[in-house]
Design a protein around this ligand. Sequence first.
Ligand SMILES: Nc1ncnc2c1ncn2[C@@H]1O[C@H](COP(=O)(O)OP(=O)(O)OP(=O)(O)O)[C@@H](O)[C@H]1O
Ligand SMILES: [Mg+2]
Length: 415
Amino acid sequence: MAENQQSSLDSLLGKLVIERGLATSDEVQDAYALQKQRLDRSDLENLAGQSLADLLVETGVVTRAQIERIRPEIEERQRRQIPGYQLIERLGAGAMATVYKAKQLSLDRMVAIKVLPRKYTQRPEFVERFYEEGKSAAKLNHPNIVGAIEVGEAAETHYFVMEYVEGKTVFDDITHRGRYSEPEALDIIVQITKALDHAHQKGLIHRDVKPKNIMITQDGVAKLADMGLARAISDREAAEQEAGKAFGTPYYISPEQIRGEIDVDFRADIYSLGCTLYHMVTGRVPFDGPNPSAVMQMHLKNQPKPVDHIHPELSSGLAEVIEVCMAKERNKRYASTAELLDDLQAIQRGEPPMQARKMFDLAQLTSLESSETKQLKIIDSELPVTANPLFWLMIGGWSVSVLLLLLIVILTLTR
Ligand SMILES: Nc1ncnc2c1ncn2[C@@H]1O[C@H](COP(=O)(O)OP(=O)(O)OP(=O)(O)O)[C@@H](O)[C@H]1O
Ligand SMILES: [Mg+2]
């Protein structure tokens, strides 16, 4: 039996004998220690007889009959396992999947595995998209993106293997210690904007940027998670499904995703990033309501209260950047993630966000132009007829014609 397979079988057996009360965890540890001792002394061909089961029997902890009785269950659990990985513990679960910490046996390193529920197996369009996006995500290579390792299927379950991040999410931070200071939030958002810029340049959109999908390592590196993970269902459906989960309502979804538009582009990520930054610096989401559809209506129609009106110590530059990110119409948002990055870095240096100002100037110019045209139209329709030069031209024309006619009549009569 291959060494990897043996160690995964041992770990299943070790867990099960403890669970069943057949051995204590100390006894299992002792058996592992003995196994290691013997392994160090033996050559590779002489491994037979070194399994954890054999050692537990040899040391009198369990009997051979007890091992045989739990064997069917071990086999069942083994079938459920993902080949090449040893599941260690459950890290958490979201609206659509469960994430486990696991050991990638071939490389002896920790990874995180997202396991999707079996119900998705019945949707071929989802499975296809899941693999396609998995492949695109694997092409990304950026220090601020949780790396994709593999997508696969085992025992009718689809899974996504990714880099394991030892740390916490931004959502954990907001929940446990409250809002971020402006410099702290900018530090994280700058890193995530760089990650998005990399993905956008490769034509990949995240579609689900939110505090739960931003992980912070113990060294303070921010990493965007779930990059390229396909959504089995429409954005709106997904958002509605999240209802009822704490902080799960669609707080960060863009108006175009709510409307179910099919050509959603990178600007949806910019909108969601704006909502995330809003939440980080104020400690509250931009729009809140009694149910998901109320929140979605607000994304479509309401203007959020500017962040510097909620907390006056926040800079007006930050408020402007958030406002441009969260514009309802996507052509009023940043034209690229790189432009957003320029502004974020300007605020970090204490300078004004020039790209946002350009957007404001443009918006003002457009509204000025349209109000001028409107005014002109009003003037046109309200002016008296005598103010129109055409009127005087016509009068002149008529007078000349009448005079000519009179002249002709007089000349005819006097002959
Ligand atoms: N690469 C990773 N490394 C370590 N932990 C992770 C990793 N990816 C996810 N997690 C943990 O697993 C939890 C669940 O993740 P998942 O993506 O399934 O749901 P979510 O992002 O929290 O919410 P939702 O399903 O609403 O998007 C996360 O909150 C995080 O704590
Ligand atoms: Mg996630």
